[in-house]
Design a protein around this ligand. Structure first.
Ligand SMILES: [Zn+2]
Length: 288
């Protein structure tokens, strides 16, 4: 975690901290090279800084580079402060941020805002999706209302998309679109995501009985009616669903089936890091 980013409590503060290209470049430099600038090509220390060009030149291999080299900011028509503010917004709103809000806050065209959000969403695929999940796992499915690929204007057609949520209790969350609701459909989606599972909780649907193959499986008869019996609950994932659905209704109004997985990933990433928001911003930035 860099300096006191965690202390940025509001959009206004973020605007102050990232008000100029110079400030953003400084932040990015300290994030990329916490122990001093290094040549990205050969790794040599102490490159020569050419102030006029805002670039360094490696004293070893002569390679010239800027702080944005190899990032999505490089040669972007959108300035660094706008990128930074958009990232900050997307990291700090638990329910998500719509392109419309980014458009309004940054004073850019809707198309630009949409592009920014899409690129940032891509950078949010990070550690959450790398390793297999383990420990105490909760599994639950839900139906998300997504719009079809119809014409952008006029009546929007909706379809229910089944989505599987897999959460480590106190850890990472993943949400994946299901192509079917049979045990084999669910197994195909869940198997590559599970590692060393201690216990696994789900509702009592028979299509989930195969989960015993992955660890000690306990079911909750009906999560709405049954009291939480010891540790047998799926509250983590239920909480995630309700937050996701509220975000969808309030921020995005509707999401097309085509982009649903991207929104699920964005949400899962943010949810997985919900207790370390300061780090979240740096993670996304480092991944841009
Ligand atoms: Zn070099």
């Amino acid at each position: 975690m860099l300096q006191d980013e965690t202390k940025i409590k509001s959009l206004e503060e973020a605007r102050r901290q990232f008000s100029t290209r110079h400030k953003c470049e400084g932040y990015l430099r300290r994030l990329r090279w916490p122990d001093g600038v290094k040549c990205p090509r050969c790794g040599a220390n102490h490159p020569l800084y050419m102030r006029k060009y805002r670039r360094w030149q490696c004293r070893g291999c002569r390679y010239q580079f800027s702080v944005t080299a190899g990032t999505i900011f490089h040669r972007s028509k959108i300035d660094l402060p706008r990128w930074f503010i958009a990232i900050w917004m997307m990291c700090h709103s638990p329910k998500g941020v719509s392109a419309k809000q980014i458009e309004r806050e940054l004073g850019v065209h809707y198309e630009t805002a949409w592009y920014l959000a899409k690129r940032i969403r891509k950078a949010m695929k990070h550690d959450v999706f790398e390793d297999r999940l383990g420990g105490i796992i909760e599994v639950d499915d839900a139906v998300i209302r997504a719009s079809g690929d119809g014409p952008p204007k006029g009546n929007v057609k909706f379809e229910g998309k089944s989505v599987l949520g897999v959460a480590e209790r106190g850890g990472f969350l993943r949400m994946m679109i299901l192509e079917g609701l049979k045990a084999r459909d669910i197994k195909r989606v869940i198997a590559p995501n599970l590692g060393e599972v201690q216990e696994i909780y789900s509702d009592a649907a028979s299509r989930l009985f195969f989960l015993t193959e992955f660890g000690r499986h306990e079911t909750v008869a009906h999560i709405y009616n049954e009291y939480v019996v010891d540790e047998a609950h799926v509250n983590t994932i239920e909480n995630a669903w309700s937050l996701f659905k509220r975000g969808l209704a309030g921020m995005y109004h509707h999401v097309s089936a085509k982009y649903l997985q991207e929104y699920l990933d964005e949400f899962a990433f943010r949810y997985s890091h919900r207790h370390e928001k300061g780090r979240l911003f740096d993670l996304v930035l480092a991944n841009c």
